[in-house]
Design a protein around this ligand. Structure first.
Ligand SMILES: *Cc1c(COP(=O)(O)O)cnc(C)c1O
Length: 343
């Protein structure tokens, strides 16, 4: 039996959240003298909607999920931090992180003084259920699963994720930052089945909106209400709310970008595979490729000298001699291939 109340930190359960002026009076009025705002007209003199209602309604249609199951953050990094703070007692609780993966889970846990149980993914970067089940204990509150995984690019086996959801007593966070680049539908539709599931997505990758910092968190209404309780009141600026709302009308363009990036990914993969020093190009369901290459650090530095920046992952577990290469435009990818062929 999953009991949310037992998982949440006691101080968070007890907490009476900050009540903003816009919480105490919703609706519309002609004279607002409640928030110590500047009364003189400018586009930005009023505080933004603390609950981002209009934006959530739009996202609700696109993602096919009720608005009370959506939390919006200042990038995905904000819900990652809030989940840790909501569920993990510093000095007592721990989080389980299969490595290699996105670095923010570790950084957020460390900032909050939460013990990290690192386990290894398999050689082909998938979950090892036995290793995972042997590694959590009664103080493990969160497991972070990134699918498609960064930096490897592969989708984790969905059946294994379902096994973890069914067997683990705590919260399973499935980070789907790259889900738009796969043809897998993702886990949002399974929120009804698994009360311990939290799905993270973002507008930073496929939607092309990294600059506005808009991360999405989907979960049960109960989990979402806990995040709402502890978030900074006005965490999404009016600039980000408005821009996101407008840009979400261009889903067709987003899908076209995704299609083009996937075509270029396969082309780049083919080009890289023909280079002698490239030992392996890992399968990718994302907008980047993990590439094993002789003398990765040297290649990285040579590319920097040519003004081409990739990500050196050669010091990361299971990624010895690997570079992570984001898919660029056809022209950018060709420039990279030309330089690599001349090294
Ligand atoms: C890029 C990325 C994110 C996005 O983070 P934002 O804060 O929303 O920009 C989240 N998770 C993973 C695994 C990523 O690679």
């Amino acid at each position: 039996m999953f009991e949310l109340e037992k998982l949440v930190r006691k101080n968070v359960l007890r907490l009476k959240p900050y009540s903003s002026a816009r919480d105490e009076f919703k609706g519309s009025a002609s004279v607002y003298l409640d928030a110590n705002e500047n009364p003189f007209p400018s586009s930005f003199n009023r505080y933004p909607d603390p609950h981002q209602v209009k934006l959530k309604e739009k996202l609700s249609t696109i993602k096919k999920i009720p608005t009370d199951q959506i939390f919006l953050g200042n990038g995905s990094d904000e819900p990652i931090d809030l989940l840790i703070r909501a569920f993990c007692e510093p000095g007592t609780d721990n989080v389980l992180i299969p490595q290699p993966t996105y670095g923010m889970y570790t950084v957020s846990a460390e900032i909050n003084n939460i013990e990290i149980k690192n386990i290894k993914l398999t050689e082909d970067f998938d979950i090892d259920i036995n290793v995972l089940n042997d590694s959590w204990n009664k103080h493990t509150k969160l497991i972070f699963l990134c699918s498609p995984n960064n930096p490897s690019g592969n989708l984790l086996d969905p059946e294994k994720i379902k096994t973890v959801l069914a067997q683990f007593h705590g919260i399973v966070v499935v980070d789907e930052a790259y889900i738009d680049f796969t043809n897998y539908p993702g886990f949002v539709s399974l929120l009804k089945t698994y009360p311990n599931l939290v799905v993270l997505q973002t507008l930073s990758k496929a939607w092309g909106l990294a600059a506005i910092r808009l991360g999405m968190c989907f979960a049960s209404a109960e989990i979402i209400s806990i995040l709402n309780k502890i978030k900074p009141p006005y965490n999404i600026s009016i600039l980000s709310q408005q821009t996101a709302f407008e840009e979400l009308h261009f889903e067709v363009r987003k899908n076209r970008w995704v299609t083009e990036i996937i075509v270029e990914r396969e082309k780049l993969k083919e080009g890289l595979s023909k280079i002698d020093s490239v030992k392996k190009v890992y399968p990718s369901a994302a907008n980047f490729l993990l590439v094993k290459i002789t003398n990765a650090r040297g290649v990285y530095e040579a590319l920097v000298r040519k003004g081409i920046i990739v990500r050196d992952r050669s010091n990361v577990i299971l990624c010895e001699d690997c570079l992570r290469i984001t898919i660029g435009t056809r022209q950018e990818n060709q420039i990279l291939l030309n330089e690599l062929n001349q090294l």
